[in-house]
Design a protein around this ligand. Structure first.
Ligand code: XMP
Length: 516
């Protein structure tokens, strides 16, 4: 897609906060792209829409020989530069300043005091709370730079070039704990980089529809629907652009939430008519999962079977050239491997990634410039039912990974009913939207209980509820005692196969959100 808007390039040196920088810039209605430092080249630096560059933080020390270096082309390019933490140290190093290793890593809140007049700090209080996270610091500024703030332990917390528009911050303006961080970023964007043409979702929608029409012309496109936000918005957007050349396939693998399959069918049938195809494949999946206990094997079987079923159905539609995917921007920001850090795969995610290679289809990803919350807003602009848009994320392998160990139809049925009671309670009590994701897990154990005068020997379920920004890290959500009491009572009284309810208070890390 060609943008006529102004752009900021965020160069990533491996900071845990890089996505957050991009996020804040987008909150300020400015278009930005993130690229890893080793992908910097003449082409991306000479882009006419480029108005400024941000150098991210990173886990390395510029004093380390193997650490990522600042490419001279970035400075030579001439647009304003803001180096954050490691980014500032790179700038300082290049211009001949001195970096020192701190005795102690400075991590957490700090107060800075600004000095003199800096456009970056315009309309910012002289004393300011900021968020620090660094080992090294600037011991001696380069000659061509001035110091614009000091932290309360006398560390140089910001510098700027005397003539050129090059700035450095030792702290992280992108983190909420830096109270005026957003204002500082806003000064960089609008006062220094002079961003004028902003990124607005309304314009995105009309531009995207035009460019999809232009790119896809009269070709047929298939889209895999899951009932989740991303694939729903992808399909509605494509439908606006190419109408009846869009074909949507919904594979019901039998491990969805209670009634979900019918709900998805009724919404999409109305919208897409004959071009909506539902495949009821639950018996195939359940058969293939028989006696399988190991989580990774379960995931692989579900992924492979999904591809087989989808492919078979897609082949029935003649002349298809494209496969639409609901990829979002955070999915394609390449993460920098942390030097010496773990590279092991934690879970193999289920998606339709294997399809295009097998079916030799071209890919269309209309949401790939957007963040999740922007996709939700776009969905509202496309008049999609808010209940659909505000749904908690639901994993591709569905309830199969919420039933540790072997699964069967009976267990799925029990879990569907428990999950439904739990989620309905959260919705009714207006807790649902405060939580990133909530679900129940059916444990592979039975325990003894007593109901009335009778001994019971039934399943235990565990409730999970987490808050998160992006699912990468998460905190468990703490219900009140009376809420937990109500949920537990409801589940045990309405689902006779369950006699014990547990609450999972593990954050991520060390736990993952799903159990498998
Ligand atoms: P974990 O369990 O890795 O989950 O902490 C992080 C987020 O990803 C979702 N998830 C998946 N989503 N296919 C998906 O589309 C998958 O295979 C899958 N596995 C986990 C999970 O629900 C959470 O939101």
């Amino acid at each position: 897609m060609k943008f006529t808007i102004n752009k900021i390039l965020v160069i990533d040196y491996g900071s845990q906060y890089t996505q957050l920088i991009a996020r804040r810039i987008r909150e300020l209605q400015t278009y930005c792209e993130v690229i890893p430092f080793h992908k910097v080249n003449k082409k991306n630096l000479s882009d006419k829409s480029l108005c400024g560059i941000i150098l991210s933080g990173g886990p390395n020390s510029v004093k380390d020989k193997k650490s990522p270096k600042l490419d001279g082309k970035i400075i030579a390019q001439g647009v304003p530069i803001l180096g954050i933490c490691y980014g500032m140290q790179l700038v300082c190093n290049m211009f001949g300043g001195k970096i020192a290793k701190s005795r102690l890593r400075e991590y957490g809140h700090s107060i800075i005091t600004t000095k003199g007049k800096s456009v970056l700090f315009e309309k910012i209080k002289i004393k300011n709370q900021v968020w620090m996270s660094h080992g090294d610091h600037v011991e001696q500024k380069p000659d061509e730079f001035t110091i614009t703030s000091l932290s309360n332990n006398k560390i140089i917390s910001s510098i700027e070039h005397k003539n050129k528009k090059i700035f450095g911050l030792q702290f992280h303006p992108e983190v909420y704990h830096s109270l005026e961080g957003k204002k500082i970023l806003s000064n960089f964007l609008f006062k220094i980089c002079k961003i004028k043409n902003k990124f607005k979702l309304e314009n995105f929608l009309s531009d995207k529809i035009k460019s999809l029409r232009n790119d896809l012309k009269k070709t047929k496109v298939i889209c895999g629907l899951s009932g989740g936000v991303d694939s729903t918005v992808t399909s509605f957007l494509l439908h606006k652009a190419i109408k009846n050349n869009l074909f949507c396939i919904f594979v019901d693998h039998g491990m969805l939430r209670l009634n979900e399959s019918n709900e998805v069918e009724s919404i999409f049938k109305k919208k897409f008519g004959k071009n909506f195809i539902k495949v009821n494949a639950s018996s195939i999946f359940i058969k293939k999962l028989k006696n399988i206990k190991e989580p990774e094997i379960k995931r692989k079987i579900i992924g492979k079977t999904f591809i087989e079923v989808f492919e078979k159905e897609a082949k029935k539609i003649k002349g298809v050239q494209y496969l639409a995917q609901g990829t979002l921007y955070p999915d394609i920001i390449e993460s920098i491997p942390f030097f010496g850090g773990p590279t092991a795969k934690i879970k193999s995610h289920h998606n339709v990634g294997g399809l295009p290679k097998k079916m030799s289809l071209k890919i269309v990803e209309p949401l790939k410039e957007l963040f999740k919350d922007e996709v939700r807003i776009l969905g509202r602009n496309l008049k999609i039912n808010p209940d659909l848009l505000d749904r908690h994320p639901f994993p591709g392998p569905g309830l199969a990974i919420r039933i540790p160990g072997e699964i069967d139809k009976n267990k799925i049925d029990i879990l569907q009913r428990v999950d439904n009671i739990y989620i309905e309670y959260l919705k009714k009590n207006l807790i649902y939207n405060k939580i990133w994701q909530a679900f129940a897990v059916l444990l592979p154990v039975k325990s003894v209980g007593v109901m009335g005068d009778e001994r019971t020997y039934n399943y235990a379920v565990s409730l999970r509820a987490v808050t998160s920004v992006d699912g990468m890290t998460a905190d468990f959500y703490m219900f009140t005692k009376s809420q937990l009491t109500d949920i537990s009572r409801e589940i045990i009284s309405r689902v006779k196969e369950v006699n014990r309810v547990l609450f999972d208070f593990t954050s991520k890390p060390p736990g993952t959100i799903e159990w498998e």
